[in-house]
Design a protein around this ligand. Sequence first.
Ligand code: ZN
Length: 174
Amino acid sequence: MIRSILIHPDPRLKKLCDPVTEITGEVRQLAADMLETMYDAPGIGLAAPQVGVMRRVLVMDCIKEGTPEPMVLINPAVIWASEDQTVYEEGCLSIPDQYADVKRPAEVQVRWTDLHGVEQERQFAGIWATCVQHEIDHLDGKLFIDYLGPLKRQMITRKMEKLKRERARELTVR
Ligand code: ZN
């Protein structure tokens, strides 16, 4: 089931999410819905708070062409980050059509629990490293625009407020 994606500004996008304590059917359904929602958007990553669920779950797939590689990370944590940093132009499904350069560690080692309850660990590089850090930030109530200067951030926030007003109006007209 495709879930609706919250648009910034929304208080739920600014909150610390709770860890998942047990892989229940509800968590499996959430992960499946999040992947479907992410591919439909389309996007390369999605975190649970973006669909209004305040749990530490994220999904991602940074493969642009070829066989998809859907990943579900439960309670993910960065356990090592390289000193080397890279700049990527980031966007976010909760901040549609807005992009900005963000500097982050080029490589990160991440530990998480998979859908079978098994602990996993992997080193991510390139776009995967940027994506996983962006999504983990969501679980801590942090958005990529928080890395920008206050003026740029306010400009984007005002655009999003306008977009939300327009969308609300469209719904009323319909
Ligand atoms: Zn995002």
